[in-house]
Every structure is written in C-alpha cells, then in structure tokens.
Design a binder for this molecule. Structure first.
Ligand code: ATP
Ligand code: MG
Length: 263
C-alpha cells in the first residue's frame, strides 16, 4: 500500500504570550523558527517552563501562537486533526473501555472504524499487546497502558507524532524497551516525530536532531544534528561528548535562573 504521508513542519517566528495570575502578560516562547523535514526525529530539551508542551499543543492545534505560524506540508495549522497525534506522559485511557476499544476511539469518532478494523489489530500487535485486547486499563501495567495510548494515536496514521515526555513515568527497563519500539515504529511508519524529553540520554539515543531551548521565554539555544542513518547504540561513540555538551548548555541557560536547574 502506498503511504502518502509527508510531515514537513515549518515554524515561522512563533511567539506565544500568556496571562499570569496577576493579569500580566508574559512571553512563554519567543522567536521560534525552524524547518523540520518529513520523517525526522526531533527532540526538544530545555528547562521546565520553557514552552515545550506549549509548542506541542500548538502543533496539535490545541492552542494557537500569539504571532507567527506553523505549517504542516505548506498548510497553516488550524485546529486539531488526526494527522497530528499527541501522546502525553500519562496514558489517559478511558477506564470503561477495553484496550481494543481505547485504540479504536479516534477511528470510531471519525466514522472510519469499519474499514480500519484490521488496522486496530495490526497496531495492537505491533506494540506486543496481542492477547490483551479485552483487558481494561486497570488491568495493565504503566508500560502497557502507555503502549495503548501510543497506538491509539498511531492507528490514525498521523503525519506527525507528538510525544510529550511519554516515557517519563516508566521504570528504566520499560523505558528502554519503549524507546526501541518507538524507533521501530518511526522507521516503519516514516512519521515525523517530535519528542519532548528531560532525559538527555534518551534524546541522544533516539533523535537525529536535538533542539535545546533556553529558560523562559523559550528560545532556540542550539540545534544539534546527529549523523543520520547511524546505527542506534547506547554506546554510540560520541554519546558522552554529546551528553556533556547538552548538559553544559542547559546549565548555562540556568545560571541566572535557579528554576532552570530543574530540567
Ligand atoms: N494556558 C496557560 N495559561 C497561562 N500560562 C500557561 C498556560 N500554559 C502554559 N503556561 C505557562 O507557560 C510556560 C510554559 O509552559 P509549558 O507547559 O509549555 O512548559 P514546559 O517546557 O512544557 O515545562 P515542563 O518541562 O515543566 O513540562 C509556563 O510558565 C507555564 O506556566
Ligand atoms: Mg511540559
């Protein structure tokens, strides 16, 4: 089957303001411009509060930039759409639906379930959950629930997969397994992935581009391009150098702002 997905993202001077509790405007994200090629794996890393989730929410169409625009395959993003799927740190499954029903929710809502029935099973299998179709969320481990939340998005064949610290709540072993599963899915589906993570090793292991953001207001501090098509290895020869470089950058960002230490 021909998959016509693309998934080129273009950020043009994104500026986002919010109103704080005292009624004052503040800038959450400033002057964010970059182009992301279809099928890239981009990680966003930066201090807490620098606007990472805000950026993902704007790509998902759940929020809008105050100024600037985000384009997906040359079209301005306007509202939510299944072509941009967001996965959060918590699985947020519907407790009254079983695994299969949770995965199918988007298809049912779009009234395309019937023709995609087999896809639901295919995706459940892809993340190793065959046999658990009838299980309810309370019967699943954290890692299993997070797999369900991932395939619930993937089954809609998004062009862009937005991952907001999706592995943050998992134990180290489950986390490494899930990292490999996400990489496998990324390769097979040719989906553009934007991953927000606080885990520098995760960013180095998984991404082909790492975007380091400065503390509030979030601005691009550095874009690190990793060698494409490298063999992903946790012993990647440049791993330690790269990790040190990123950590240094993050600490530089935080010298005048103690909150910045909490990456
Ligand atoms: N709807 C909102 N109204 C007001 N302020 C908001 C809103 N959403 C986010 N903010 C503020 O914007 C800033 C950026 O928030 P955001 O959640 O994007 O940060 P983040 O980089 O994802 O942080 P973390 O790493 O802790 O998840 C924060 O100061 C936050 O308080
Ligand atoms: Mg966040």
């Amino acid at each position: 089957m021909v998959d016509e997905r693309k998934g080129a993202l273009s950020f043009r001077n994104i500026h986002k303001e919010f109103i704080d509790n005292d009624g004052n405007k503040f800038v959450a994200l400033d002057n964010f411009s970059m182009d992301i090629q279809p099928g890239s794996f981009v990680s966003l890393i930066g201090p807490s509060g620098c606007g990472k989730s805000t950026l993902l929410r704007m790509i998902a169409g759940l929020d809008t930039p105050t100024n600037g625009e985000i384009l997906l395959d040359d079209e301005k993003i306007d509202g939510t759409n299944h072509e941009r799927g967001l996965v959060f740190q918590q699985a947020n499954l519907f407790p009254w639906l079983n695994v299969r029903e949770n995965v199918a929710t988007g298809l049912v809502a779009r009234k395309v379930y019937k023709e995609n029935k087999d896809e639901v099973d295919k995706y459940i299998k892809l993340v190793g959950l065959s046999g658990f179709e009838k299980s309810y969320p309370h019967q699943l481990s954290g890692g299993m629930a997070q797999r369900v939340s991932l395939v619930r998005v993937l089954v809609n064949k998004p062009k862009v997969l937005l991952l907001d610290e999706p592995l943050g709540a998992l134990d180290a072993f489950t986390r490494m397994n899930m990292q490999d599963e996400i990489l496998k899915i990324w390769r097979e589906q040719k989906v553009t992935v934007i991953l927000v993570t606080h885990d520098v090793d995760e960013a180095v292991y998984m991404s082909d581009t790492i975007v380091i953001l400065s503390s509030r207001p979030g601005r691009i501090q550095e874009v690190i391009k990793l060698r494409q098509n490298r063999t992903r290895s946790r012993n990647y020869p440049d791993f330690v150098d790269l990790r040190t470089r990123i950590l240094e950058k993050l600490n530089f960002a935080s010298t005048e702002d103690t909150a910045g230490y909490y990456i």
